[in-house]
Design a protein. Structure first.
Lengths: 81, 331, 386
């Protein structure tokens, strides 16, 4: 799976969580929680969504290093390789 | 394992309990009106004079106050007297002795004197002997602190309560229901003393708790059988001891069935049934799914004619009907 | 006009879904009413036949106004009433014509409920006004309550999605409730810092065992600990009504949920005291999802007995909240921060949360409040027992 494909999958889930947000304007190194005003529930839903879409189970201990869109895409790419 | 059973009756069971107590303990003796030569007005002590002699089976004058007082004195002096009063109606002549002496000495002497007397008497109606011989006044006695009040309903209790009562260091009153003396049944050959602390569940059920004692136990059990045919499972509790009341047993039961009916041959106003209702209300209010109901004796002096006497006491059909009105339709 | 919240004063009839002559059964939806918070389907609590529809769609009426008349089957139709009946009509101007014969209000009779049924209804969160009694004289018995609770579970009445104009209305509703709170409730505030080391270790170990969709959030431990502490100090769980404290046995935790487009709803996690961590997590997830979709149920809007507000996801350390009347307490949690922590003469770094209690001083005193925070701390030190 290529990086743009992964990014599309992440956006698909984020759109469900924050339908009003303009995702194209997110800087890939900006903290997602702050940029989109998402809380821990939304974040958990993002993780669950990724699990369903990409079949990647992300351990809780990795959450801390997955704050930005860039971090998330790189991490998933590594896991999916 | 059950011991061999032998036929007996309520009357014989009590006689056997007296005989056993007399044999076991020299300090035990029986006194009362006609208990010796006549064999007791209900023939409970028949044959005991011949066996134990006039020193220990003593006929007394017709003076309840005097011979109950004598029994209290003997108990204070170290004896273990069994005093028989013909019926509860006549016990009123001895009420001063029972209440002001027997029940109070332990407290008024600062614990120095206890009164280990046992007073037996017949209670209850249903024999067409009218208003001076038929009342159920055990509820009155259950009002008095300092005495224990027992009401045997079964052969086992008739056989076993006296022995345990004689062990009690304080006064015990035993109310034998006159209508039960002829009740026949089986008793184990080794039947003996029974506990006098706890009520017993005589029939397990889940829909309603019937709380009763004495002769009303049998009417309640008959009613429970009728109700079972209609799909209503009544639990029947035999109180056995009216003072101190074993409330834990009936409160536990009401906690399961959420409905209670008290059946008492005695009068309703201020009776033991009222006390039981009050305890349930105080301690199990939030378990109740229906008001606590009562079936009691009608508040009249017991009539002589049979049809009127029957109408004045709780009957099986009325008990069953009361339960049916309390329990929502099953189906 | 049904009351769909302590702060609801009036509602607008949006539509009728029945017409005169329709046969209706208890539980049927007969129409839709718009409150300031949402559009709510109106359920009917009696079997019968729709006799007259008094309110017209679009009409705004105060809570308690008669919207329609239902007659029992076989009963003759009532005299025609031409308009919706207001519960307390203003005195008519002297020259106004006499109002056309108003239908008499049914006498307000006290429900016949057995003590056991009343207790169980409270525990299960069943509204006795909606229970049909089958006792000998129509009393509501435990069996009736159980049946109603079962029906509630099976057929949750979901409310339609957010209506336009909703935000402004919601802002007004929040304004009314909070203004009333600050006007009427003498708040006192207590706060304590709680070491969450053990709780978070426990959570981490728990979550390691779980798949991502079953994981618990730390707020679940906080909620659970609050329910435990409320069981220790029940005076904080309940209402201040008619100048007296009415503690409630069941703990329905109102959980403040902010909406993405602004505003706030505080739906209740019903019977939180009886739920384990997994059930709480499930309830909260469900509640947040539906709150954000504007699909809350009326009992969730009205039944909270206490409120928790958790602003820990934002940078906030301490929350001094405003009690939602008629409740008597609000518990706030801030962010969990790594903080220096002295214990047994040693200094270490611990994850620490600041818990605050806003209490209604009419109902409780600081002493009780302090007992609550102490209990809360103790429960969080023994997470395996939560």
């Amino acid at each position: 799976m290529s990086d743009p494909e992964i990014k599309n999958a992440v956006f698909k889930i984020l759109r469900r969580i924050a339908p009003e947000a303009n995702l194209d304007q997110i800087n890939s190194e900006e903290n997602l929680r702050e940029a989109l005003d998402i809380d821990s529930f939304d974040y958990l839903n993002l993780m669950i969504g990724l699990h369903e879409e990409l079949k990647v189970e992300i351990p809780e201990s990795d959450y801390r290093s997955l704050g930005t869109l860039g971090e998330l895409v790189r991490y998933l790419a590594g896991r999916l390789r | 394992m059950t011991a061999a059973q032998a036929p007996s009756s309520y009357r014989e069971a009590i006689r056997e309990s007296i005989r056993e107590a007399m044999r076991k303990d020299d300090r035990v003796f029986l006194m009362g009106e006609d208990v010796g030569r006549y064999g007791g007005c209900f023939a409970v002590s028949k044959g005991l004079l011949e066996e134990f002699g006039p020193e220990r089976i003593r006929d007394t004058p017709m003076s309840e106050s005097a011979f109950v007082g004598a029994g209290i004195g003997a108990a204070l002096g170290g004896m273990r007297p069994i005093v028989e009063i013909m019926t509860v109606n006549f016990s009123l002549l001895a009420l001063d002795q029972i209440m002001n002496n027997a029940a109070t000495f332990l407290h008024m002497s600062g614990g120095q004197f206890n009164v280990p007397v046992v007073i037996r008497m017949a209670t209850g109606g249903g024999r067409q002997v009218a208003a001076q011989h038929s009342h159920s006044l055990e509820g009155w006695f259950a009002h008095i602190p300092g005495i224990r009040v027992l009401a045997p309903a079964t052969l086992e209790d008739a056989r076993g309560m006296l022995g345990t009562a004689l062990e009690d260091p304080d006064p015990v009153l035993i109310f034998e229901h006159a209508g039960l003396y002829n009740m026949k049944g089986q008793l184990p050959a080794d039947a003996g003393p029974v506990d006098i602390e706890r009520a017993r569940v005589r029939r397990a059920g889940s829909d309603v708790t019937i709380i009763t004692y004495g002769a009303m136990l049998w009417k309640s059990l008959d009613a429970a059988q009728m109700l079972a045919k209609k799909g209503i499972q009544a639990e029947v509790i035999d109180l056995r001891t009216l003072r101190p009341l074993d409330e834990a047993t009936f409160l536990e039961s009401v906690g399961r069935t959420h409905r209670a009916l008290v059946v008492d041959e005695g009068w309703r106003s201020g009776g033991i049934s009222a006390e039981i209702c009050a305890r349930i209300q105080e301690k199990a209010f939030y378990e109740l799914d229906a008001p606590v109901e009562r079936i009691c004796g009608v508040e009249v002096p017991t009539p002589y004619p049979k049809h009127l006497e029957d109408a004045s006491f709780p009957q099986v059909a009325a008990i069953a009907a009361a339960v049916e009105a309390m329990v929502p339709a099953h189906g | 006009m049904p009351s769909l919240g302590a702060d609801m004063e009036e509602g607008t009839l949006i539509e009728w879904s029945v017409k005169p002559g329709d046969r209706i059964q208890r539980g049927d939806i007969i129409g839709v009413v718009r409150s300031e918070k949402a559009d709510i389907e109106v359920e009917v609590y009696h079997d019968g036949v729709v006799d007259q529809l008094l309110a017209q769609p679009g009409e705004t009426l105060p809570v308690g106004a008669v919207l329609a008349v239902i007659r029992e089957e076989g009963q003759a139709p009532a005299a025609l009433v031409h308009e919706a009946i207001q519960p307390a009509p203003p005195a008519p101007a002297p020259s106004a014509p006499a109002p056309s014969a108003p239908a008499p209000m049914p006498p307000a009779t006290r429900l016949r409920v057995s003590p056991l049924a009343r207790r169980v209804a409270q525990e299960l969160g069943v509204d006795l006004g909606q229970v049909q009694g089958t006792g000998p004289h129509g009393e509501i018995t435990k069996e009736d309550v159980d049946r109603a609770a079962e029906a509630l579970k099976k057929a949750p009445v979901e409310k339609p999605a957010v209506a336009p104009g909703f935000r402004a209305d919601m802002r007004r509703a929040i304004a009314a409730a909070m203004a009333r709170s600050n006007r009427e409730i003498p708040h006192y505030y207590l706060e304590t810092r709680i070491d969450l080391e053990r709780a978070l270790k426990f959570l981490e170990a728990e979550n390691r065992k779980r798949s991502v969709s079953d994981r618990l959030l730390s707020v679940i431990l906080l909620i659970k600990a609050v329910t435990r502490a409320l069981q220790d100090v029940p005076e904080l769980n309940g209402y201040w009504i008619d100048d007296q404290l009415q503690p409630k046995e069941a703990v329905h935790i109102g959980f403040a949920i902010s909406l993405r487009q602004g505003g706030l709803v505080v739906p209740a996690i019903l019977d939180a005291g009886r739920k384990n961590l997994d059930e709480l997590m499930q309830s909260l997830r469900d509640l947040i999802t539906r709150a954000r979709a504007g699909r809350l149920r009326s009992s969730e809007i009205t039944d909270a007995t206490v409120t928790i507000t958790n602003l820990g996801d934002l940078g906030v350390e301490t929350v001094h909240g405003v009690i939602y009347p008629p409740q008597v307490a609000l518990i706030g949690f801030g962010r969990i921060i790594q903080s220096p922590w002295a214990e047994n003469g040693m200094l270490g770094i611990r994850p620490v949360v600041t818990a605050t209690l806003a209490g209604d001083h009419r109902a409780t005193d600081g002493h009780r409040g302090a007992q609550f925070l102490t209990a809360l701390n103790q429960h969080l030190q023994e997470p395996e027992k939560l």
